[in-house]
Design a protein around this ligand. Structure first.
Ligand SMILES: C[S@@+](CC[C@H](N)C(=O)[O-])C[C@H]1O[C@@H](n2cnc3c(N)ncnc32)[C@H](O)[C@@H]1O
Length: 506
């Protein structure tokens, strides 16, 4: 394996000395004063050295590292510091270390300090790396979640969860440089399972400056000292501990909250709704399935001009275009099924030219890598159902960095499709869509939603977040309940389920 691949596989980005020193200073200021210091992936020993220099009551110092050269370097680094502590650096593979046994031998308070690899299992897969835990579905995802995006995880996420488990019941602190999204996942993992994780802090760092990578990252601190029962985390502006925290995230009602104060103000708008948020069509083969209109002709992503029946073609609004206008370079998408699992061979009879086109590009479609396409009808797509073909939709892009819901109506009398990074509610009429968009664009809806959204995430807006809002409660709060009832009754014959939902949301 090349040097670059090895560096990536082992997340080999050593922490600059000044950052390690500053992190120790922050720890001291938040009241951490350990007797044991452990660096589980210690590299050349930067954190071991600055920890020993800062925390003068240390009795035991342990470093672990998989790279033999770094073990020597870390031993040397520690050798240069005068300390009364019992110190050692061992060659060890994190995944084969019994962390509970390590922890049990340590005098308390214990500090686990370091910077585990930032690589994801997907990135490791792409370079053929195997620096991975044997059990990768450690969060217990099931069904599609287990085989799609949710099965992807950061190696550091796995490591920090294992350490948090090993530290339960101890007077201990975990302080790690990691992606901010990973820090949130660790807290969520512990809080959801009733594990202790308290006195939490997020201190943002400049990852570009320190490691040359563009990602939101932080020094994450979480403690296991029996004091942190409030499931909250203070968010700081930077390493200046003297300034008040700028935010307060936490865990309430079984969900991770980005702004606890806002959530407490607006959470009365949470609840079930007759409206279900959906994501758009997924096909994983844009070159074949998507087209742009050039001089009245359709051109696919391979640059080929194509001509076949309209039956399975729909106007496509990509997530990136949701914010802008639909004019200029209209896009189309082939939607080969009405429902997931539909037999696609019917296309051969209904639209023979479309079928010939699909067969001519079968080499690309048949090798779509995602496991979701295996053992399914040939040329199938995902994220389709009756809802995809509703004439009116209220749409938002998952990539938005602000809230804004848009009404999308039919194009040439046919429903418009969204891609799988946009989310929508399906509506039967324009008035229903306009009312839903109005409600969702209100300050009140924005209050609740923004208390749940982590804007620094890659895709801040998700179906999970959107699903918390009850349009019925929102309509009632805004005095528009009758309007909502009227448009929904127009859409479907009044049904007891709707009345029931209104009753439930009272
Ligand atoms: C991001 S570097 C940080 C090094 C050091 N903690 C620091 O802060 O400077 C990650 C370190 O983890 C080590 N590492 C990667 N996989 C490991 C494993 N399975 N077991 C132990 N160490 C590992 C790498 O060799 C590398 O030194």
């Amino acid at each position: 394996m090349s040097e670059t691949k090895l560096k990536l596989e082992y997340g080999d980005y050593q922490t600059p000395a000044d950052l390690a020193i500053d992190a120790c200073r922050v720890l001291e200021r938040v009241g951490i004063w350990p007797k044991s210091l452990v660096e589980p992936t210690c590299g050349v020993g930067g954190f071991l050295k600055s920890g020993v220099e800062k925390f003068l009551d240390l009795e035991v110092v342990r470093g672990f590292e998989i790279n033999g050269r770094y073990v020597d370097a870390a031993r040397q680094a520690l050798g240069c510091v005068t300390t009364k502590a019992d110190t050692s650096v061992e060659y060890a593979d994190f995944f084969h270390t019994d962390w509970a046994a390590v922890v049990n031998k340590l005098p308390e308070p214990i500090l686990f300090l370091g910077n585990p690899p930032w690589v994801t299992n997907a990135a490791l897969g792409s370079i053929g790396g195997d620096n991975l835990p044997t059990k990768s579905n450690f969060q217990g995802h099931v069904g599609l979640d287990a085989i799609t995006g949710k099965g992807n995880f950061d190696i550091s996420e796995y490591m920090l969860i294992r350490l948090s488990e090993a530290l339960q019941g101890k007077n201990a602190t975990l302080a790690m440089l990691c992606k901010t999204a990973v820090a949130r996942k660790i807290m969520a993992y512990c809080w959801k399972r009733g594990l202790e994780m308290g006195d939490c802090h997020i201190f943002p760092i400049d990852a570009m400056r320190a490691f040359g990578v563009s990602v939101e990252a932080c020094l994450f601190i979480g403690s296991f000292n029996g004091r942190g029962k409030d499931r909250s985390c203070l968010i700081h502006k930077d390493f200046s501990v003297s300034e008040a925290a700028t935010g307060h995230m936490g865990y309430r009602d079984g969900i991770l909250i980005s702004d606890v104060d806002k959530y407490e103000r607006w959470n009365f708008l949470r609840g079930r709704s007759r409206y279900t948020w959906r994501s758009g069509v997924k096909h994983d083969c844009a070159k074949v399935m998507e087209f742009t209109e050039v001089d009245g002709k359709l051109v696919n992503g391979l640059g080929e001009s194509v001509d076949f029946e309209e039956a399975f073609l729909y106007t496509l609004l990509k997530s990136s275009a949701v914010a802008g206008s639909m004019r200029g370079g209209k896009r189309k998408v082939l939607v080969t099924q009405k429902n997931v699992g539909d037999d696609t061979s019917l296309i051969a009879r209904v639209a023979p030219n479309t079928w010939s086109y699909l067969l001519a590009h079968a080499n690309l479609l048949d090798k779509r890598a995602s496991i979701i396409y295996r053992k399914r009808p040939r040329f199938c797509v995902f994220g389709v159902g009756e809802y995809s073909f509703a004439p009116w939709k209220v749409v938002i892009s998952g990539f938005y960095k602000k809230l804004g819901f848009r009404v999308v109506g039919p194009d040439d009398g046919r429903p418009v499709m969204l891609d799988d990074t946009a989310y929508f509610l399906s509506c039967s009429s324009e008035s229903e869509a306009r009312l839903c968009a109005d409600l969702l664009n209100s300050d009140e809806a924005g209050g609740l939603l923004s208390s749940l959204i982590f804007w620094d995430s890659k895709r801040p807006i998700t179906v999970e977040v959107l699903s918390h809002i009850s349009l019925e409660k929102l309509a009632r709060h805004l005095g528009r309940e009758d309007e909502l009832l009227a448009v929904t009754n127009q859409a479907d014959p009044p049904c007891s389920a709707q009345a029931e939902l209104f009753a439930m949301s009272s």
